[in-house]
Design a protein around this ligand. Structure first.
Ligand code: FDA
Length: 395
């Protein structure tokens, strides 16, 4: 039987940060992960460059049944604290856009930094370690693992969500929560591309790879970013963002001309250039391929006429369709490609200060396994760092 102060299950973003935070207080820490490598999602994130935080991270960037839950941890470990650690390790980084910070080189720089910090505080990080059983004892827990029996005072669950099962994601954290009588809210895939009906896919055939700067809206939320046509449907940052607010059956509103009043613009062009054609005017903003296709699909009756011959009603219809396009996705690509999991362990069950379960002394939950989900843009890692750090101060 091996004894240690703190066992953290899950060597991802939140688990490693918690190990650093607890280890720096002199606690003996073991981090156990069943995968063959630590931080796999960090390694694959941000296209291999890890969008590790965001200059503008704040509680409004998170979805949760309790929108206040994330505030305490986020204020105790901010993006500036994490940037400080990145700079201390001399890792070059840059802002790509919208406050999103990426490594100049590789995401591995972030994993190496976390492992160096773990090693400085003597936290023992183990891979290939599966946890078979967890038993509550009078004080702390007994764990039966593929690497023997362990006893700990504090047990932290940092096993993340369900997205990308091929990267080691499991429902383990939810199972443990249920084992100890904690409520787990329904989960769904978030930050995920939409799938479309076969009919719509046929209409958009050949547009795969085309993108358009748009405002996308659903259920009272809007995001302005690119949307991207794919072989399966629609993706791109604006679509990923709105997918977290979309529910099956909902339509999504898309404004393909976010900078102009399209009706006014068409009227102006009708005056200044009466011989021009609708697809030509639309392709001043959209790619020619997209403008041509949308004209064939939506305005087939009149788009070949010169603008001078279009009625006000026809131009109003064009503006309405292009600026308030209502699209009904059939679904999403699901956990296979989702960046995050919405829902999870009900935050009512956990202290927002310590992350200890209110009903089970010495049991803690951090990171994505909780019902806290960030927008796209480095916010999810910031939640992992903040919750991991806060919890590490109390285990
Ligand atoms: P995380 O998933 O990081 O770690 C959980 C760990 O637990 C894993 O190492 C896993 O192997 C382990 N584990 C699971 N079950 C276990 C079990 N039964 N026993 C032992 N170990 C177990 N966010 C962001 O802010 N910026 C970005 O650029 C991106 N990019 C991105 C790309 C892609 C493709 C994905 C899928 C996700 C992102 N994200 C992101 C989201 C981000 O990766 C995610 O929110 C955090 O990694 C969550 O951190 P956690 O530590 O909670 O879980």
């Amino acid at each position: 039987m091996q004894k240690v102060d703190v066992i953290i299950i899950g060597a991802g973003a939140a688990g490693l940060m918690c190990a650093i935070s607890a280890g720096s207080r002199g606690r003996s820490v073991v981090v156990m992960d069943h995968a063959n490598k630590v931080g796999k999602k960090i390694l694959m994130s941000g296209g291999g460059r890890c969008n590790f935080t965001n200059y503008y991270a704040e509680p409004a960037n998170y979805l949760s049944k309790n929108e206040h839950f994330c505030k305490s941890a986020m204020s105790r470990y901010t993006q500036w604290d994490f940037i400080g650690m990145v700079e201390k390790h001399g890792i070059p980084y840059h802002e790509k856009k919208l406050g999103q910070l990426f490594c100049d080189n590789k995401a591995k720089d972030i994993v190496n930094m976390l492992l160096e910090e773990c090693s400085e505080v003597d936290a023992d990080v183990r891979t290939h370690c599966s946890v078979e059983q967890i038993k509550k004892q009078d004080e702390g827990f007994l764990l039966i693992t593929s690497q023997g029996k362990w006893q700990c005072q504090s047990l932290v669950i940092a096993t993340g969500g369900l997205s990308i099962p091929t990267m080691g994601a499991t429902g383990f954290g939810y199972d443990i929560a249920r084992q100890f009588g904690l409520k787990v809210l329904d989960t769904t895939a978030g930050l995920v591309p939409f799938t479309l009906t076969p009919h719509l896919l046929e209409q958009f055939e050949g547009l795969s790879g085309t993108s358009a700067d748009s405002i996308v809206s659903c259920n009272g939320q809007s995001f302005r970013e690119n949307i991207l046509w794919t072989h399966r449907g629609l993706s791109g940052p604006a679509i990923l963002q709105i997918s977290s607010y979309w529910r099956p059956g909902d339509s999504v509103g898309i404004n393909l001309f976010p900078d102009i009043d399209l009706l006014e613009h068409l009227k102006e062009r009708q005056q200044s250039n009466p011989k021009s054609h609708l697809n030509g005017v639309l392709s001043e903003t959209l790619t020619k391929k997209l403008a041509d296709r949308l004209c064939e699909l939506w305005f087939v009756d009149f788009y070949k006429k010169p603008l001078a011959e279009l009625s006000n009603e026809q131009m109003a219809a064009v503006a309405e369709q292009c600026q308030s396009w209502q699209l009904k996705p059939t679904g999403t690509e699901g956990y296979r490609t989702a960046e995050v999991t919405l829902g999870g362990i009900d935050t009512d069950e956990v202290s927002s200060k310590t992350f200890e379960a209110k009903k089970v002394q010495d049991l803690y939950f951090i990171g994505e396994v909780l019902d806290v989900t960030g927008h796209l843009g480095g916010y999810n890692f910031q939640w992992a760092w903040a919750s991991g750090h806060a919890c590490g101060q109390y285990v």
